[in-house]
Write a protein that binds this ligand. Structure first.
Ligand code: ZN
Length: 243
């Protein structure tokens, strides 16, 4: 005996609704776990360095551009390599996300070149006890100048690390803010070890640019930031035992 017409329709709609609901659940789960999480879990996270230095940008990514085509990527690499020398002399195992003029997008597979580059730097950060990403700033206002230290918002350890770096940097460079700046939208700061991002100065400001072009200033900055890392590494076990 054939089923009543309305029952057949209802059943079909029920299946369609279930399939639709299933799709929505899958989409909801997928969007709450961005692709990066899967990618990064697959990458090695064994700690093999005491410190990972990340010279911002590199290769086809110049970073900020100052007058006469002066590129951020050159300052960041120069300062990071000076820091590597200082910290290795002090006995630390130092890794760098790059030590030549290139990016690290080859280390990740998914996403745009910029995204892959960030993922590559992120995975390298996870191979160290502590990390520092080095940048110079650029903005439309030619008056804006000074250094900024960014740290992961709501992280007690990272805030301590940022304050040490701020205090050391303040000895050799004018600061843009009166204290380290908490942020929650800087991807590299979300790495497992404490990581801070330091903007040394504004290449769009003539005063800062003149400093950055001076080798003596870059060496002073490298020494100040290296001292900060050494101080933080020394006190880290004490801080951790207090938590
Ligand atoms: Zn930068």
């Amino acid at each position: 005996m054939p089923r009543p017409f309305f029952l057949v329709i209802t059943r079909r709609y029920l299946w369609a609704a279930l399939v639709l609901l299933g799709c929505l659940i899958v989409l909801a789960i997928y969007s709450s776990f961005p692709l990066a999480v899967y990618t990064l879990n697959a990458l090695p996270t064994k700690i093999i360095y005491d410190v990972m230095l990340d010279p911002g940008h590199g290769g086809i990514d110049p970073g900020g551009i100052g007058r006469d085509d002066i590129y951020e990527k050159e300052f960041t690499l120069d300062i990071a390599l000076r820091m590597r020398d200082i910290l290795e002399q002090a006995g630390l195992r130092v890794g760098t996300t790059r030590d030549t003029d290139r990016d690290v997008s080859h280390l990740a597979k998914e996403g745009t070149r910029h995204r892959r580059d960030l993922l590559g730097r992120f995975s390298l950060m996870n191979q160290a006890q502590v990390g520092m990403s080095i940048h110079t700033n650029a903005t439309r206002s030619k008056d804006e100048r000074g250094a900024i230290v960014f740290y992961m918002q709501n992280s007690y350890i990272d805030k301590i690390y940022a304050q040490i770096a701020f205090d050391e940097l303040e000895r050799v460079q004018e600061m843009n803010h009166s204290a380290p700046v908490p942020r929650n939208n800087l991807f590299l700061l979300k790495a497992k070890p404490p990581v801070i991002l330091v903007e040394i100065g504004f290449i769009t400001n003539e005063e800062d640019l003149q400093k950055l072009l001076d080798e003596g200033f870059r060496q002073n900055v490298a020494e100040a930031l290296s001292t900060a890392i050494l101080k933080f590494v020394m006190q880290q076990p004490i801080e951790q035992s207090e938590i």
